[in-house]
Write a protein that binds this ligand. Structure first.
Ligand SMILES: *Cc1c(COP(=O)(O)O)cnc(C)c1O
Length: 397
């Protein structure tokens, strides 16, 4: 069977693959602690589920407008106004089947062969492949742990060429948990405001921030950048709604029009029932979010403390999201039963086989010195998992 060259250029999402492998081992009866999952372990809050039940019972089960119903667009517009101080009209907003779908659609309408797209690393695994599928070239801006995994303004300025079409920003970041401050984003805005390029601002972890770290995106810190930015967000991470598949984009009308046209020829509207549930999520009581964030913070504190207590592992304290990205490279070169741990892939495989702990190799995010651990799991699992990693590290020759 002949497949396209295009599909041969990308790989399956490694984080989904690791979660699936860990689940398969669990199904065989193996005792596995999973730090792989990229989703909240909480249930979707009840009032949101209830809104979906009501939508079904009211017969709200047919096609809707391609880019989402006005009721949801209005809830998104209201959210962007009150949370981010950003004013958009309905023609500047489109709803898709998850923020990943939003980003995919955006890439398809914005990039093509000959274009370059700037992607800071460590990066979310899907950005490079989404760009590659358009024929454009991902240009990786590698950041250093010593700089807090942040792109420096001079690094950004130096990477822009006549071919650069966009910068992808993800703050707080998956996998590092790092978030940009207002001043840092203003410095980027100074560099970008006169350039003929866009910023795709992936704000999916906006609400998962700790220690009162204030959230900003580049559109909210610079009037000039608002017309050069597409804000991408969704309900998956904030409301524990990963399975409902609702994400959205807000930005220049020409971009939103093109995205909607593309969507009209592939998925059509996102699920009608999930749209109603998302209205309840965005417009309802936000207490459920605060409860989840409080619990995530307790877990972050525990996992950072636990990992830093293991000789050979150093772990930064992230400002947000629900991941830690420890440096384990001091352990590379050591071995277990004659098998050498050369990098993050071998180390992750060792932890899964010998300790029953599933983590994602940092190499998947562009940084082989690191591992990514999601702490969207119970405190008991975090304690047990960290203990197992410690025992596994002690066993290395
Ligand atoms: C989870 C995630 C997304 C996608 O979320 P959806 O479920 O598709 O809405 C987008 N960006 C990052 C960085 C993520 O971690």
């Amino acid at each position: 069977m002949k497949l396209t060259k295009r599909i041969g250029l990308i790989k399956p999402s490694p984080t989904l693959a690791i979660t699936m492998k860990a689940n398969a081992l669990k199904a065989q009866g193996k005792d596995i602690i999973g730090f792989g999952a990229g989703e909240p372990d909480f249930d979707t809050p009840n009032h949101i589920k209830q809104a979906a039940v009501e939508a079904i019972e009211a017969g709200f089960t047919k096609y809707t407008p391609v880019g989402g119903v006005d009721e949801l667009k209005d809830a998104i517009i209201q959210k962007l106004k009150s949370d981010n101080g950003l004013a958009y009209g309905r023609p500047q907003v489109a709803v898709s089947c998850g923020a990943k779908h939003t980003l995919y659609n955006l890439a398809q309408v914005l990039f093509e062969e000959g274009d370059e797209v700037l992607i800071p690393s460590p990066y979310w695994v899907s950005y490079p492949d989404i760009v590659v599928l358009t024929g454009a070239k991902p240009v990786i801006l590698k950041t250093k742990a010593a700089d807090g995994f942040k792109v420096l303004p001079e690094q950004l300025a130096g990477a822009i060429t006549a071919r650069t079409r966009a910068l992808v920003l993800n703050s707080p970041s998956n996998p590092s948990g790092v978030a940009y401050s207002k001043a840092e984003l203003e410095a980027f805005a100074d560099i970008l405001k006169d350039r003929d390029m866009l910023v795709l601002s992936d704000d999916i972890y906006e609400k998962i921030l700790y220690d009162d770290f204030p959230f900003y995106n580049i559109a909210s810190v610079s009037e000039a950048m608002k017309d050069k930015a597409v804000v991408v967000n969704g309900v998956s991470k904030t409301y524990a709604m990963t399975g409902w598949r609702i994400g959205y984009a807000a930005g220049p009308e020409t971009v939103i029009d093109a995205l909607t046209k593309l969507q009209s020829q592939n998925t059509s509207n996102p699920t009608s029932i999930a749209q109603k549930a998302s209205v309840a999520a965005l417009s309802g009581d936000q207490g459920c979010v605060a409860d989840m964030v409080r619990e995530f913070k307790r877990r972050r504190d525990a996992i950072v403390r636990g990992l830093n207590a293991i000789p050979g592992i150093t772990c930064m304290n992230p400002q947000g999201a629900f991941y830690v990205f420890p440096d384990v490279s001091a352990l590379y070169g050591r071995s277990f039963q004659g098998k050498r741990i050369a990098g993050s892939s071998e180390f992750s495989a060792y932890l899964l086989d010998e300790a029953g702990v599933a983590v994602v190799p940092g190499a998947e995010f562009g940084h082989d010195e690191h591992l990514r651990l999601s702490y969207a799991t119970s405190m008991a699992n975090i304690e047990k998992g960290v203990e197992r990693i410690k025992e596994a590290v002690v066993k290395l020759d």
